[in-house]
Every structure is written in C-alpha cells, then in structure tokens.
Design a protein around this ligand. Structure first.
Ligand code: ADP
Ligand code: MG
Length: 730
C-alpha cells in the first residue's frame, strides 16, 4: 500500500525506562487522507463526467443517478484494490453502541469456474442487511421485515483493515430511521434551511448554514494484563468494585503533566492512523484522573465529524491493543476519580465564511451574532429536558450529577460579557449598544460595562452547556456516546426555534416594522422568556438544584424517566415540524433506549453477583479462616485472660468481616430477586424503571461491603487487581 511509512526510533528522554517512540520519517501531509476516497482520489480514479456528477451531487445534496453510481463503484473499487482492500462493507450506526459492518469480497463468478473482481453501483448505493438482529423498537415487526442501508455521499468512503467502508444510513422498508445517521442528516438539513433563512436578514447572499462539531474524546488506558484480570472491566467496561487508592487525583499532578512515554507511543501511533483516515487529530493531553487522557481534532462539519469520532473509537481500541493497553471509553470506569466525557464544541457557520456565534466588527455583524446566540438560548431553554435525555445512558448516568461532571440539570453559561450585553438589550433594545469600536470587536457603548471582546478565558467548568467565545460547548455528552444523539436534538431544536423567530420577524416586517427593530423586539422577548436557562454559578451546588427546580428546569435524575422527554408534546411537535423524527420513530427509539438501559444494568448486576459470590466471598472466607486458626492457636497457648487480649484484634476483624460477608450474601440474593421481578415486566419503560429503582441501589450497597473487605483481607489473596495498579501502572 502506498501508505507504508518508515519510522525512526527516538529515545524519549522524559522516560526513566527509555521507551522508544517511533516518529514517522514522512511528513503528515504526505500520508494525510491516504485511506480516504476523497476528491483527489475521485478525480484520479473516475471518468471526468462521473467525477463532476458526483461532486455536484455531494455539493448540492442531491441523489446520485444509477448509471453514475455504476461508474463511481468501478473507480472506487479500483482505488480500494490498488490500496490493498479485498472486501467492502456498508458501514452504519445502529441504535446499539458503535458501528456495524458486514464484509463482502469484491468477487463474482466469471462463468468459467473462476472469479472476477466486481463491484456495482447497485451494491454501492443500497443494500439490505438482515436487520432483524439490530434494535428497532418494534418498528420492523409492525411494518416490514427488511431494512435498507443506503450510501451517504456526503461522507467519504475509507479503507480500514483491508476493507472498503462505505458510510451509509440504515432505514426500514417504510422509511423509518433505524440508525443515528438518518435523523442526524435530517436535523442538519433543517438547521441549514432555518439558519439560512435567518442569516439572510444580514447577508442575502447566504445559501447554506453548516453545523460544525469539534469533539474532545476523553479516555482511560489500562495495562492489558491487569485489564484481563478484571472480569468487570472485560464484561462491562467499568470496575464494579474497588476501594479508592491512597493516592488518586488529590495532588492534581496528572492534568497537563508530562505524558508517560508508553502512552505517548500509543498516542503517536493513533494519530498517524487518524491522519491516514483523514481525521484531523490535533490536541492530546493528560486529563485530571490518573491514566486518563484526551484527544481532540480540528472541528469539522457535524456529520463528518461524527463519522470520524465513531471511527476514532474503534481505532483507539485496536491501536491500544498493539501497545498492550486497553482503552476504556466508559463514562465512569473508576469510583472516586473523574469520569470521562466528550465535550461537543458546536457552532453554525455560513457558506460565506461567517461563524454565527462569533462577535463581529460591525453593528450588523453583532446583531447577527446576538440573534443566533439568543435563539440557541431559547431553544436550549425550551428543550432542556430533551437535551438531557439526548445524552443520558446507563453509563453516562454514573457521571452526570456526580461531583466532578456536569450536573443532571441543563443550564447555559454565558460569561460576564455576554450576560451584560443581553441584560442591556433586554432593558433597552437598541442596536446602538452593538456599535462598532475600531478593531476591538463587540463593544458596549454603555459606560458601566466597558468590556471589549468576548473572551473565552471566562470559563466555567461546571456548566453542561457553555458559551466559549465563538461556539457552544455541550459538555454533558458521555465519552462512549454517539455524538449524533446530542447533535440531532440540539440542531433540530435550534432549527425549530430559528424558524419560529423568522416567522415572527417576517410578520412584523410585513406589517411595516423596520427589520432591525423587528429583530431586536423579538430578541428582547426571547431573552426575557428564556433567561431562566442562564446560570453562571456553581452547577455542583445544592442551592442550584433547588433554584433550578424553582425556575422550572428539568431536575429528573432517573435515566429511564429522562427518556420521557422525547415523547412530550413539545418534543414530538418540534421533531415533526423539522422533519427529523415521526412520532412512531420517537416511540420506537425510546423502546430501544429503555431496553438498552435494562440490559446494561442487567449485565452489570450479573457480573457483580458472580464476582461477589465466586471471587470475593471465597477469598474473604479463606482469610477469615486464617484468622480463626490464629485465634484458636492463641487460645491453646495462652491462659484465657491473656489469650483474649492477644486475640482481641483478630476477633474484631473476624466479626467485622462476618457482617460484611453476610450483608453481601443477603444483598446479592435480594438483587437477584429484584431482577427476577423486573424481568417479568412486559413494558420496557416500567422494566427499566424497576431496574433503576430496585437493582441499581443494591449494586451500590454490595460494592460498599466489598470495598470494605478489600481493606481487611490479606493483599496476597485478594483476587482482583486493585485501583493503585489499574490507575498507576503505565
Ligand atoms: P478546550 O480548551 O475546551 O479544550 P480546544 O481549543 O482544545 O478547547 O478546542 C476544543 C475543540 O473545539 C477542538 O476540536 C476545536 O477544533 C473545536 N472548536 C474550536 N472552534 C470551534 C467552532 N467555532 N466550532 C466548533 N468547534 C470548534
Ligand atoms: Mg473544551
């Protein structure tokens, strides 16, 4: 393959053990995108007319004709085979975690007993994977047995592990979405249309508004041998037990510290793989918890960025194994230290190169900036419960609401400057306050508020949704999530709000109000109506929970109940108006969400029960028996008074252990019974609620007692690697 790189080994001076880090001798620009069928490859491998037809279809979001598709397929196959691929697959995002693929070889019978390499437009454009094994929330039982996958021409095909992967949507025969990509594309389309409508008040030449996404992927690395010795990590992706190690993140010595060299070798390898696949990986650093790290690319158009994030997550897993690590993408792999998120940096921009959430230099530009920011504020306010539902999962539930991550309430951070501007507009809706001030950008012509530019150093790490200078950062998204879920809800909600805004402004203008006045009147109204979402204080505080409830924000903490927000009249209407989801799709997808929640907790509960009974109790019994033996011998050797004194400590331990062991035994029994009861429930929603209310709390109690035993039992016979090993070996 033209992509084979040569490496030169460099001693990493930062390492005491001198691990070698291999630096590629080729420059990134020489291999960037070499595994992607991008425009340059299209140009090279397609006939001129085919190339032009394909590019036109991509740019104008049009369907591709069958004859063009045949020619594209031929060229694409030739490129793929030239680059070592022998198989192809439709690559899609079902409602489970991750991605799905089914590989087929590029071979057909040649009629003479041999085979020829073949790939047709028909196979490129559309396939019918056996969809019955993918979650569909009953859609496919009610309607038609088949599901289709269809090529998303807006996302380029790529080669991964010798297979040509073709990004596709996955829908039922009757057109209902069975995946994340279909509704994401619909949401992006609706925000394009609505955004363009509003952006044209300021620049009539605007033809498209694009949604951008820059995700920041957090993850943990664990040594492979230790990982293998933890059945809970292997089966559930998190530790279901484990006492905090004496040192964890108190010293804050990991964050932005020197990256350990074995980790650096992994990161470099990963970045090269990313660059070969056209993923613009840029930033890497340590995170707050020991063995926790982050990778962030340069932001891209949301659909492509999301494909790249999904691809990254599978690459990470593969590359980590090469370095004898396992990557943990779970939101809360370890108790007592920070969990992992995936901040979604999100913005809208026009095809005229304007970032719509960035302040400009003129009054008009700043009015546009305020218009878009205030519409986002209104959408996030109205749909705060839905946005929370879009990011909650059984795994992210461990992170949300805990004291290090965003709280389980969606609020919006604006920073002092933007807050002051909005306050001022609400009091006095005149565009004078958005006046130009030389090169300094947005300025307030109000004496008491002399700030100049919107400064993104004004940060609040506790906010789940923060304005950061020229974009919003949706921080509540979980590290293992498909970002599409959050991006669908956010882009659709904002599109709907922008449409409503434009309807009102158009109406006012039609009845004679000057445009700027109409805009400002509507902005003022929205600020007043939605300012309850604005909160710049400490999102972790107890007062905020009460204050948020008083403001009418959603404060629900149970994941299965949060999903109800998808089915509120308000959500169903909003998704209907924007064409993103039908009610049927929403109902079906909620079934899947509740089912997934139940299954995740069910697996964890089983693993925990097994570990408690088969690993922990036997080890505790053995140690207890050693103590008993010791006491017995003491009693034989010493006179009774003295023996009692000498054996006192052991006796106390024996009793304490007995209490924990008895508690574990009875709690496991009760947990099994709670599961049995819950499993009898037919309704997926009620079942998930039962798991949340009756199984999860018992798991926490069992863990508590196991963690106590961990501190008592002889280290030599404790059957699982401890936190101090999992978190500090690297
Ligand atoms: P942080 O300080 O929050 O870690 P970074 O500078 O590392 O922020 O950026 C995080 C991500 O935000 C990167 O992926 C970056 O490309 C992305 N980003 C920057 N500007 C925008 C924007 N206007 N829209 C969307 N994403 C953006
Ligand atoms: Mg950030």
């Amino acid at each position: 393959m033209s992509t084979s790189l040569r490496f030169k080994s460099v001693e990493d001076a930062s390492s005491r053990k001198a691990v070698k880090v291999d630096i590629p001798s080729a420059r990134p620009e020489s291999y960037y995108g070499c595994q992607v069928f991008n425009r340059q490859k299209m140009f090279e491998y397609l006939p001129k007319e085919t190339f032009e037809a394909l590019v036109k279809a991509i740019d104008n979001k049009e369907a591709l004709g069958r004859d063009v598709a045949d020619d594209v397929a031929k060229g694409m196959m030739r490129w793929a085979v030239d680059n070592g691929a022998r198989h192809y697959t439709h690559w899609f995002h079902p409602l489970t975690d991750g991605t799905a693929e089914k590989h087929d070889a590029f071979v057909e019978h040649d009629g003479k007993g041999g085979v020829i390499e073949k790939f047709s437009g028909k196979l490129l454009v559309q396939q019918e994977p056996d969809a019955s094994s993918f979650p569909n929330g009953g859609i496919r039982n009610t309607f038609e047995a088949r599901g289709y996958s269809a090529w998303d021409i807006s996302s380029p095909a790529f080669i991964l592990g010798g297979t040509l992967c073709i990004p596709t949507i996955f829908i039922s025969y009757t057109g209902e979405a069975l995946d994340y990509k279909t509704p994401l594309l619909r949401a992006l389309n609706s925000v394009d249309k609505a955004g363009t409508r509003v952006a044209r008040y300021f620049d009539p030449e605007v033809n498209h508004v694009t949604s951008n996404l820059g995700w920041e992927q957090e993850y943990f690395l664990v040594d492979e041998a230790l990982y293998a010795a933890r059945p809970d990590l292997v089966m559930t992706g998190r530790t279901l037990m484990g006492h905090e190690s004496a040192k964890n993140q108190q010293l804050e010595d990991h964050y932005f510290g020197a990256i350990p060299s074995r980790v650096k070798a992994f990161m470099l390898d990963l970045e090269i793989e990313c660059h070969k696949l056209g993923i613009p990986a840029k930033t890497r650093h340590n995170e707050v918890a020991p063995n926790q790290f982050e990778l962030a690319p340069i932001f891209e158009e949301t659909n492509l960025a999301n494909d790249h994030n999904l691809l990254l997550m599978s690459l990470m897993d593969e590359v980590a194994r090469r370095h004898n690590f396992r990557v943990l993408l779970h939101e809360k792999p370890f108790g007592g230290v920070n969990g992992s998120g995936k901040h979604n940096n999100w913005s809208l921009s026009t095809d005229r190169g304007v970032l719509l959430f960035g302040p400009g230099k003129t009054k008009e530009q700043n009015l546009q900036f305020i218009t878009f920011v205030v519409n986002v504020m209104a959408a996030v306010h109205r749909h705060n419960a839905l946005l929370k539902a879009s990011i909650i999962t059984a795994t992210n539930a461990h992170r949300l609401g805990a004291n290090e991550a965003p709280p389980a309430i969606i609020s919006m951070f604006l920073g002092t400057q933007l807050s002051a501007i909005l306050d001022e507009i609400e009091k006095n809706p005149s565009d004078d306050i958005l006046a130009l001030s030389g090169k300094e950008g947005l300025r307030l012509d109000v004496a008491q508020i002399p700030e100049l530019m919107i400064d993104n150093t004004d940060r609040n790490r506790t906010s789940p949704f923060a304005f950061t200078g020229n974009r919003f950062e949706f921080r509540a998204v979980g590290s293992s999530a498909n970002c599409a879920s959050a991006m669908i809800a956010l882009n659709a909600a904002v599109a709907d709000q922008l449409n409503d805004f434009a309807d009102k402004v158009d109406k006012a203008v039609a009845s004679g109000t000057p445009l700027n006045e109409a805009l400002l009147n509507e902005i003022k109204r929205l600020i007043g109506e939605s300012k309850d979402i604005h909160f710049d204080g400490n999102g972790y505080s107890e007062e905020w929970k009460q204050e948020a409830a008083r403001r009418g924000l959603d404060t629900e903490t149970s994941a299965p109940l949060m999903y109800d927000a998808y089915l509120s009249d308000q959500s169903v209407e909003m998704f209907g108006r924007t064409g993103v989801f039908s009610k049927l799709e929403l109902e079906a997808r909620n079934e899947v969400k509740w089912e997934m929640y139940t299954k995740k907790v069910q697996i964890e509960a089983r693993v925990l029960g097994d570990l408690a009974i088969n690993h922990i109790l036997p080890a505790a019994t053995r140690y207890q028996s050693t103590l008993l033996d010791n006491v017995f011998k003491i009693k034989q050797l010493f006179k009774s008074d003295k023996a009692d004194t000498i054996a006192a400590q052991d006796m106390k331990s024996i009793e304490e252990m007995s209490e924990h062991m008895a508690a574990i035994r009875s709690e496991v029994e009760e947990m099994v019974e709670a599961r049995r009861q819950a499993n009898r429930i037919e309704c997926e929603r009620t079942k998930a609620i039962a798991y949340h209310d009756t199984v999860v709390p018992r798991m926490e109690t069992i863990r508590y007692h196991i963690d106590k035993l961990e501190l008592m039992v002889d280290n030599e016979i404790w059957p699982l690697p401890k936190y101090r090993e999992l978190l500090f070996v690297r």
